[in-house]
Design a protein around this ligand. Structure first.
Ligand code: GLA
Length: 359
């Protein structure tokens, strides 16, 4: 007999901001995310039958389905359905029905992994309620499986790893191929600032999957299993690929190098160098990978021009979302407010300063 479920559990998981290493994860490369203070919180009450009923603070009506009869509906419940589907696929048959209450202050469409924080929070609650043997790494993989195979976004593993394993005082330096990771302390000499541009991005949208397919095609034409297998020495051959494959692959190869350099810069607290790497990363995402949008470029440029800023770049999948800024210690909030104000005036958008969080 499996142990009786614990009837009521609470769990949470944070959103993430990626410092550098964008669109490298599904190419087997390196990433460097850190947790943000905003998180998804869930409360789970075991029901004793096969129904799942989910309430979110954003939707008036409860959504419901039966375990074993998960079907994609194109709304937020797909993430929950995807998780119970993935758990069953992996043999966790002891999961029973439950009531779920979800609240979150991770903005949707902010490029800060609201979906991965939901997935990891729900998985933590299910793990505790039904006594599942799941370590933090397996939990991240289950979240990715749900997202890839059930929700239909072909995302990499970065966001779920960050939601499961990152904290706010370190950056998670992750090799997405081996899944080896190391926590690198964030420099005490700098403030991290995150501003949501007010342009919502849509990760399940086709552009993300198109970029991924382009990378896979570039790897195929270059005769390597993944773009991760290329280095600086291969750039000449990379650049000979037909457009846009050459530029896509160049972004990934140079971005992987920038992550390694950024880790070294973090470790010696070389903030000016880190700032340059942020800048180069943003330019590469804008010009080679083409995942930025004009308003986000404007926000990044305003930040880069600020006297208290070392560097700034768009973070996350792109096509909108947030920017991450490295600012002089003690100046983060003032600089963030100043930059957001100038951006709102110029763009007519409604930006939000998310980090540092409201006092
Ligand atoms: C999204 C995906 C991640 C990663 C980033 C881009 O956040 O979920 O797996 O690919 O985009 O770096």
């Amino acid at each position: 007999m499996p142990p009786a479920p614990i009837s009521r559990v609470r769990a949470a998981a944070p959103g993430r901001v990626n410092l550098i290493g964008e669109h490298t994860d599904y190419n087997g490369g390196f990433v460097l995310p850190t947790a943000i203070p905003q998180r998804t919180r869930v409360e789970l009450v075991a029901r004793g039958d096969r129904r799942v009923t989910a309430h979110s603070a954003n939707t008036a009506e409860a959504d419901t389905y039966t375990l074993g009869d998960e079907r994609r509906r194109g709304d937020w419940l797909d993430y929950v359905q995807g998780l119970t589907w993935a758990l069953r696929e992996k043999g966790f048959v002891e999961v029973g029905g439950f009531e779920l209450h979800v609240t979150s202050d991770v903005p949707l469409g902010g490029g800060l992994s609201s979906s991965a924080s939901l997935e990891v929070a729900v998985l933590r609650a299910i793990r505790d309620a039904f006594g599942l043997e799941l370590d933090d790494l397996s939990l991240a993989r289950l979240g990715q499986l749900a997202e890839n195979e059930f929700v239909g976004a072909r995302s990499g593993i970065m966001d779920q790893m960050a939601a499961s394993l990152a904290d706010e005082s370190t950056a998670l330096f992750l090799d997405t191929r081996s899944l080896e990771f190391r926590r690198v302390p964030l420099p005490a000499e700098a403030d991290l600032v995150v501003i949501h541009s007010g342009v919502a991005h849509e990760i399940s949208g086709g552009d993300y999957n198109t970029r991924r397919a382009e990378c896979e095609e570039a790897a195929r034409q270059l005769g390597v299993p993944q773009l991760r297998d290329l280095t600086h020495a291969d750039l000449t051959r990379v650049e000979r690929l037909p457009d846009p494959l050459g530029r896509r692959a160049r972004h990934v190869v140079t971005e992987d190098e920038r992550v390694l350099e950024a880790v070294a810069a973090l470790e010696r607290a070389d903030l000016p160098r880190l700032g340059e790497l942020f800048r180069a990363s943003h330019n590469s995402m804008r010009d080679d990978f083409e995942v930025s949008v004009p308003d986000v470029d404007r926000l990044v440029e305003l930040a880069q021009a600020d006297e208290d800023v070392y560097g700034a770049r768009m973070t996350g999948g792109g096509f909108g979302g947030s920017v991450v800024i490295l600012a002089r210690r003690g100046q983060g909030r003032a600089a963030g407010e100043r930059i957001a104000r100038a951006y709102a005036e110029q763009s007519g958008r409604n930006p939000t300063l998310l980090v540092p969080p409201p006092a």
